[in-house]
Every structure is written in C-alpha cells, then in structure tokens.
Write a protein that binds this ligand. Structure first.
Ligand SMILES: *Cc1c(COP(=O)(O)O)cnc(C)c1O
Length: 421
C-alpha cells in the first residue's frame, strides 16, 4: 500500500514515510492510494477490536517494519475498554473515552506512539502538536518518557477548559507546553509552517495532529469493529453520529465505510462553527473565524481534514449519499445534556451532547452516538445543567494534583523558535 498527497504533486510514500513526514511536500495531506476492500462477512463473529485492527492494518502497511506487528501495536494502543451499548430501541452509544486522558484522542495518539517507537530506529524526534483541548493531553500521555522523543504542544490561550489546560501543562520531562495568544487555527497554522520551514528540519519534526495519517487510520478500526458488532447483535447496519471539529474522526468513519464495513450514513455533529455545514449545504468551502463554544475541542473554523474529505468525495452528490452535517449551538448543547440524563440516564460531555441533539433531528432507527470525552473533563459546563455530581475517573484525579509548567507566546512561528532555544 502506498500513500498519495491530496494535492497530487508529491511522490507516493510508504506508511512509515507518511507518518514521519506528516504533511506531504506539496503541502497536501496523505491519503491511502486506494482502500482495500474488506469483505466483512469474513470476520469471525465476535471479533475483538484488536483483531479487527490487526487484520485491516495488514493491508494498510505491508512494509517489513510493521509486518506481523499490528496485533501487538493495536493491543498496546487499544488497551482500555471501547464499548457499544443500546441507549434505547433505536439509539446506541459507542464510548471512546475510557483511555488515560479520557477522550477518544487516546486511540490515535497511542497508536501513533507505538508505530513511531517501532519504526523510529531510535533517532531523536520532536513531536509537534497543535491542540484545541484534548489532542495535546493524549499525545503527551502517549509519548511521555519515551526515549529520544521531545513533545511540543501549542494550545490557544483561554480556549481550553481549566482541566484540559492542566492536562496539557503538567507533564514536565520530555513535554513542553506553549499557551498561544491566538486561536486553534493559529496554532494549527504554526505547526504547518514549521513543517515546511527548512530551519526546523534539524528538529526531525513529527506531527501528532490529525494531519498525520497514523492518527486517523486507527480511528477507522473502532468504526469497523462497532459496525460488525452492531450487525451481529441486531442484524442491521448502523449509522454513526460523530461530534466533529477538525473532521479526523468523521473521516475515519467514512474511510471505514469506504472499506466496505456495514455502515449506513455518517452524520457530522458540528458546534456553532458551521463552515463544514455550510459546505454540505452549498458545495462551497469557506473557512471561517473560530468561535468559542461549550464544545471547545470542536472549535475549528478551518478543518484541516476538509482536504481529505473532498479528496474522498470529489463531487457533492457522492458525499450527500454517504453523509450529512448539522450545526448545534450552545443553547442546544445546554438543552441536550439534561435531556440525555432524563431519557437515557447518561451524563454526556458537551461534545457528545451535539451528537445527542442531532439524534433527535434524524429519522429512523439504528443510530450510534459516538461519545468522544468523559464529562468530568468539562465539569464546570456540565454539572450546573444536570442532577448530581460527576465522579472523576481515577486517572484524571492524578492530573489535578500535578504542578503547571507552561510558557506563553504570540501566534508566530519565530516566537516558538525563540522560546524553545
Ligand atoms: C477532538 C475532539 C472532537 C473533534 O474531533 P475531530 O476529529 O477534530 O473532528 C470531538 N470531541 C472531543 C471530546 C474531542 O476531543
């Protein structure tokens, strides 16, 4: 399997080359040259997520570094429960947040860390990551203490929750965090510039954002597994409702569908940042200024994976056949949280609440809500809206006790360069 750039002007590369390069040399994003057709009927009944991952990845990375290692990589990356349960007769929920930093980003970050440890040949590397809240913590957790690896995190000042900020800034060791006086889109732009700037070559940068194919492909595996499990348990194909910002998670779902897994439609639940929803309505892509919302990890005005989405669906008709998009505002998020508690006895995070809200807009049954984070990460938003208090999972409790280490910089790459030296 080879990987090509969405812009079509750089050479084809292997999986290993694609994960170390991050961005293609023409500024595009890597995508698989073609999607292997997975005959889902060939998967044994009750196949685990790790088995699904190992089988599917064998087709996506066939070079010697990885061959035969995917059971091990998936076993280490997916070492926490990912569960699929019914909420009622027509709606199910896929919980992706039982990992060490309590958001689905743990899946991709841990998978990427394992691949880099295996194929990095012990060379020093700097993992550079822009975060709207959850990615940075997951990446720091996945790479913390790994020999030869330095982690640099950029996050927008005042736009992450207090708890998320702690989770970004309290590592020390090989992790440095920078609070950027700007938006997430500024942070993302700085990362892209660093990758194209020859001055940064000596750092051997690796991107851990969802521009890195090594973060998105593993996310396809839980859609593959959940669709097989749902089909086995109900005899029907599910659709997924995915809280979306940078579109990595939604794209992973659409990729799983393209591979042939039994998936109906994919519904994107966006917050008040509605550039993607406008694109679905008009076919025109106009990135917008980022707005702050209650679902802050989805505060993205210029989704970088849009480029992959448009590459997958060169025309709107084919996109509309497979996917829908909705914008959910803060008031609707506030309404969805107590409603989910009453109706399903579930305390959701504000991101997952967008998907719960969208569920009510969608006809028919067989919808799976994708739950992207634990509500405890967003206590100050969620607790005032629900009955009772949120119990903090043990791993998160430890983070609250660490001390904060962080520098603040203006949103330009040279400020980061200075601060790092
Ligand atoms: C990152 C994040 C999202 C958005 O995912 P994308 O892949 O960027 O679309 C949704 N919910 C939570 C909790 C997140 O951390």
């Amino acid at each position: 399997m080879k990987y090509i750039s969405t812009r079509g002007n750089s050479p084809k590369v292997t999986f290993r080359e694609a994960i170390f390069a991050g961005l293609a040399s023409d500024g595009g994003l890597y995508v698989p040259e073609k999607f292997p057709a997975c005959d889902y009927k060939q998967f044994p009944a009750g196949c685990s997520l790790i088995e699904v991952g190992a089988r599917v990845f064998a087709a996506f990375a066939d070079e010697p570094e990885f061959k035969g290692h995917f059971s091990e990589i998936c076993g280490r990356a997916f070492n926490f429960p990912i569960t699929l349960e019914p909420l009622d007769g027509s709606t199910w929920i896929l919980d992706l947040f039982h990992g060490p930093t309590a958001a689905f980003k743990d899946v991709g970050a841990r998978f990427l860390a394992e691949c880099i440890a295996l194929a990095g040949a012990g060379e020093p590397r700097t993992i550079l990551v822009a975060t709207s809240g959850d990615t940075g913590g997951a990446v720091a957790g996945a790479f913390f203490g790994k020999p030869g690896i330095e982690v640099v995190i950029l996050f927008p000042k005042g736009m992450v929750s207090e708890f998320q900020e702690m989770q970004l800034t309290s590592w020390g060791g090989n992790v440095s965090a920078f609070r950027v006086r700007g938006t997430f889109d500024d942070c993302q732009r700085m990362v892209k510039e660093a990758f194209l700037d020859p001055q940064w070559k000596t750092k051997h940068l690796v991107s851990a954002n969802s521009i890195n194919i090594g973060r998105i492909l593993p996310q396809s595996m839980y859609y593959a597994w959940a669709s097989l499990d749902y089909l086995r348990r109900t005899g029907r194909k599910p659709g997924f409702i995915i809280p979306s910002g940078n579109l990595g998670n939604a794209l992973a779902g659409l990729w799983a569908k393209r591979m042939g897994f039994p998936i109906g439609k994919i519904a994107l639940a966006c917050n008040a940042n509605r550039a993607v929803v406008d694109f679905f309505e008009t076919g025109q892509w106009h990135p917008q200024e980022t707005k702050s919302t209650l679902a802050n990890a989805m505060d993205v005005g210029s989704a970088s994976n849009m480029e992959r989405l448009r590459h997958l669906y060169p025309d709107m008709e084919s996109l509309w056949k497979d996917a829908l998009a909705f914008s959910v505002n803060d008031e609707e998020i506030r309404a969805a949280l107590p409603e989910a508690q009453k109706r399903w006895n579930r305390v959701l995070c504000p991101h997952t609440a967008t998907a719960a809200f969208v569920r009510n807009q969608l006809p028919g049954s067989d919808w799976i809500i994708v739950a992207t984070a634990h509500a405890a990460k967003f206590r100050s938003v969620v607790e005032p809206l629900i009955d009772g208090l949120i119990v903090t999972p043990p791993a998160l409790g430890l983070i609250e006790k660490r001390k904060v280490l962080c520098k603040e910089i203006d949103p330009a790459l040279q400020n980061l360069a200075q601060a790092l030296l």
